[in-house]
Design a protein around this ligand. Structure first.
Ligand code: M6R
Length: 607
C-alpha cells in the first residue's frame, strides 16, 4: 500500500526522504516521488517503477530544501505511471496520500465546473486542487485543509506542504495510519514507525480523524471534533529494529528461517512450560460463559483463523464462525452483545479487518486482536491484544507472522478448552509439551530446504497447481496455494481433499501437479484415497508427510517431502514450513520479485 513520509528538518531532506521511502518499500508500490520547497517554491521529482528510478532522477537535481514530503504509490485510481505518481501539486499545494477518496468523481466534476482540469487520473490531485482553491479564496493553509477534509468521503492519510510556508507541514488521517516522528529540532510524518526508523524512535500515533500541524519547533493535534488534544509520545521498538536481510537473498527467506526463534518468543508469552499451563491475560470476556465466537481476517491471517477454528471446536467444543473480513460486515452477521470476536492481522492496519472490528464493536461485542504490530490501529481499537512476536515482517508473502498467529490460536484454544472444562490439567500439560517441541521441529523441517527447492523447480513449470488437505490441513492447502500464486504468479488453488470429486477433479491431467498435505494422522488414509483418485488420472503428486506416511505411500508419488513426526496438534505449524519453502524456491527459480510481488501490497489499507 502507499507509503507516506514528510520531514520538516534542519538538513537537506531529499535523500533522507528516499531513505525513509526505502523503509516503506515492503508495503508494495509501483511508483515513487518527493516534493520539496526550494526558495519557497514547490519542486517535485517522480518516477514510475522502483525507487532506483527516482534516485537516478534525483541525482540530476540540486536540492537543498529542509522541508519535503515523499511517497511510494500503490495504484488505485489511475495506472502506475509517472503522471499519476505522488506528490500531486496544485498551485501552492503539494500533497501525498494513502487511501481512497470515495466521492472523488463528484469532487472532480465540481472542479471542472470551476474550470479546473486535473492532469492526473488520481483522486489525490483533486484534494490538492480543492485545498488550493480555498487558498485562492483567502483561507490560510490550516483553515483550507480543515475545510476540505469536511468535503471528503473515504479513507485517507495525507501529508501536505505549501509554497511560501517553509515551516509548516500538515498531516491528517481517517482510516489510514499516520504517525508523527519527533527529532532534535525537527518533526516528521510517516505511514509507520519503520519509515522514520533512521531518524527517530519517538513516535506519536495519530488517532482516526486527527489533523496535525507540524513546525520545526513542535506540533499541535486536533481530533475529529477539532478539539485540541494531546497524544502520547511513545518510544517505539520498530524504530530501533534494523530492518535488513541479514545475509539472506530475500526478506522472505530470512523470515522463513526466523521461525524457530519467533515461534519461541510468541510461545514464551502465552505458555508456562514449567507448570504446563497456558496463560492469556487480559481477555475481555469469561471464556467459560461463551456459547459461540467469531474470527475475522484477510488472506493468510484468515487461514490462521480457520486453523484456529478447528482447534477451538475440537478441543473446546465451542462453535466458531470464521469470515473473510471483506465480506463479514456485508452479510450483516447477527452478533450477541457481550460476545467475543477475534480479529487477526499481521499489520494491524488492514482496512477490511479494521472495518470488521468496528462492526463487531458496534454490535456490542468484545474484540480481541491477534496482531504483530502492537502500535497498530487494530491493536489500539481492540479490547484486548494477543500479540504475536514475529518482529517486522517485510516480505509481502506472510510467513513467520502466520506461524506465530497459529501459536497464539493454539494457546487460545487450549485456554478456552480449559475454561470450559473440556480438558484437564494433564491434557493441558500434554498440549503445552507438544507445543514446546515446535522450535526444534521447525529447525528440522527447515533442514529439508534443499530437497524442497528441487521439487519447487519442477512445480515452477506448471500452469496450474492444486493443493489438497483434509481436516485441519485444508486451511494449510489454501495457504500453500495462496503463497505459491502470490510470488510465482502460477495459478494454484487449495481444496478440501474430499471435495475434489465434486468438480475440481475435472482439472486433473498429467500437466497439473497436486500437492497433498497429509501427516500420518487419523485422517491420513482418507486423504490418501483422494490422492489415489488423482494419481489414477495421471496427476503428478507431491506428497508432504512424515516418515511414516512416506514409508506407506511415498513410492507412488512423483515427489515426497518429509516433515518431522510430531503430535498432530502442532502439525499445522510444521506443515507451513514446506509450503512456504515450495513457493519461495519456485519464485526464486522463476526470477520474480519475491519480496515485492507485482500488484501486491504488504499492508492493505484500502477496502
Ligand atoms: O496484515 P494482515 O495480516 O491483516 O494482512 C492480511 C493479508 O493481506 C495478508 O495475509 C496477505 O494475504 C499476504 N500477502 C499473504 O501472504
Amino acid at each position: 500500500m502507499c507509503g507516506i513520509v514528510g520531514i520538516l528538518g534542519r538538513e537537506p531532506v531529499a535523500l533522507r526522504l528516499v531513505e525513509a521511502l526505502r523503509r516503506l518499500e515492503y508495503r508494495g508500490y509501483d511508483s515513487a516521488g518527493i516534493a520539496v520547497l526550494e526558495g519557497g517554491e514547490i519542486r517535485r521529482v517522480r518516477a514510475a517503477g522502483k525507487l532506483r528510478n527516482l534516485v537516478e532522477k534525483l541525482s540530476r537535481e540540486d536540492l537543498s530544501s529542509t522541508i519535503g514530503i515523499g511517497h511510494t504509490r500503490w495504484a488505485t485510481h489511475g495506472g502506475p505511471s509517472e503522471h499519476n505518481a505522488h506528490p500531486h501539486v496544485a498551485g501552492r499545494v503539494a500533497i501525498v496520500h494513502n487511501g481512497i477518496i470515495e466521492n472523488y468523481k463528484e469532487l472532480r466534476a465540481h472542479l471542472q465546473a470551476r474550470g479546473i482540469t486535473p492532469v492526473s487520473d488520481t483522486d489525490t490531485e483533486i484534494v490538492a486542487h480543492l485545498i488550493d482553491l480555498k487558498l485562492e479564496e483567502g483561507a490560510g493553509p490550516k483553515e483550507a485543509v480543515l475545510a476540505v477534509l469536511e468535503e471528503l468521503r473515504g479513507a485517507f492519510a495525507f501529508a501536505i506542504i505549501f509554497a511560501g510556508h517553509d515551516n509548516l507541514m500538515i498531516g491528517a488521517r481517517r482510516g489510514s495510519p499516520l504517525a508523527v516522528g519527533h527529532g532534535e529540532g525537527e518533526m516528521m510524518l510517516g505511514s509507520d514507525a519503520i519509515a522514520l526508523a533512521p531518524f527517530t524512535s519517538r513516535i506519536t500515533y495519530l488517532e482516526d480523524g486527527d489533523v496535525v500541524f507540524l513546525t520545526r519547533e513542535g506540533f499541535e493535534i486536533l481530533d475529529e471534533e477539532r478539539r485540541h488534544v494531546i497524544r502520547p509520545v511513545q518510544f517505539t521498538q520498530a524504530a530501533s529494529l534494523l530492518v535488513d536481510k541479514g545475509g539472506y537473498r530475500h526478506f522472505m527467506a530470512k523470515e522463513i528461517h526466523e521461525q524457530p526463534d519467533v515461534i519461541g518468543h510468541t510461545m514464551a508469552e502465552y505458555l508456562d512450560f514449567g507448570e504446563g499451563r497456558v496463560r492469556i491475560p487480559g481477555l475481555p470476556v469469561d471464556l467459560a460463559a461463551l456459547d459461540r465466537m467469531t474470527i475475522t481476517a484477510c488472506g493468510t491471517a484468515f487461514y490462521a483463523g480457520l486453523v484456529g477454528k478447528y482447534w477451538i471446536e475440537q478441543l473446546a467444543r465451542l462453535p466458531v464462525e470464521v469470515d473473510i473480513a471483506s465480506e463479514f460486515r456485508y452479510r450483516e452477521a447477527p452478533l450477541a452483545e457481550g460476545g467475543l470476536s477475534l480479529v487477526i492481522s499481521q499489520s494491524g492496519e488492514t482496512a477490511d479487518t479494521l472495518a470488521a472490528l468496528r462492526y463487531c464493536k458496534a454490535c456490542g461485542q468484545k474484540v480481541a486482536a491477534v496482531v504483530n504490530v502492537p502500535e497498530s490501529t487494530i491493536a489500539r481499537e481492540s479490547d484486548a491484544v494477543l500479540r504475536t512476536f514475529a518482529g517486522p515482517e517485510i516480505g509481502v508473502a506472510s510467513t513467520k507472522a502466520f506461524t506465530c498467529q497459529l501459536v497464539v490460536m493454539a494457546a487460545f484454544a487450549i485456554a478456552v478448552a480449559r475454561a470450559r472444562g473440556r480438558i484437564d490439567d494433564e491434557r493441558e500439560a500434554e498440549l503445552v509439551r507438544a507445543m514446546q517441541q515446535l522450535p526444534r521441529l521447525v529447525v528440522q523441517a527447515l533442514e529439508h530446504e534443499e530437497r524442497i527447492a528441487e521439487v519447487a523447480q519442477e512445480l515452477a513449470h506448471a500452469q496450474d497447481i492444486l493443493y489438497l488437505g483434509r481436516g485441519i490441513n485444508f486451511p494449510l492447502a489454501m495457504e500453500g496455494a495462496l503463497k505459491f500464486k502470490e510470488i510465482s504468479y502460477i495459478h494454484a488453488e487449495g481444496y478440501a481433499a474430499g471435495e475434489l470429486k465434486h468438480g475440481p477433479i475435472a482439472l486433473i491431467d498429467e500437466t497439473v501437479p497436486v500437492v497433498v498435505i497429509a501427516p500420518r494422522d487419523a485422517l491420513f488414509e482418507k486423504t490418501v484415497s483422494n490422492m489415489e483418485e488423482v494419481l489414477a488420472r495421471g496427476a503428478k503428486v507431491v506428497l508432504i508427510t512424515d516418515e511414516a506416511g512416506a514409508a506407506e505411500h511415498g513410492a507412488k508419488t512423483f515427489q515426497t517431502i518429509t516433515v518431522p513426526a510430531a503430535d498432530p496438534f502442532i502439525a499445522p505449524v510444521l506443515y507451513a514450513i514446506p509450503v512456504q519453502l515450495l513457493a519461495y524456491h519456485a519464485a526464486v527459480f522463476l526470477g520474480t520479485d519475491v519480496d515485492q510481488p507485482r500488484n501486491l501490497a504488504k499492508s492493505v489499507t484500502v477496502e
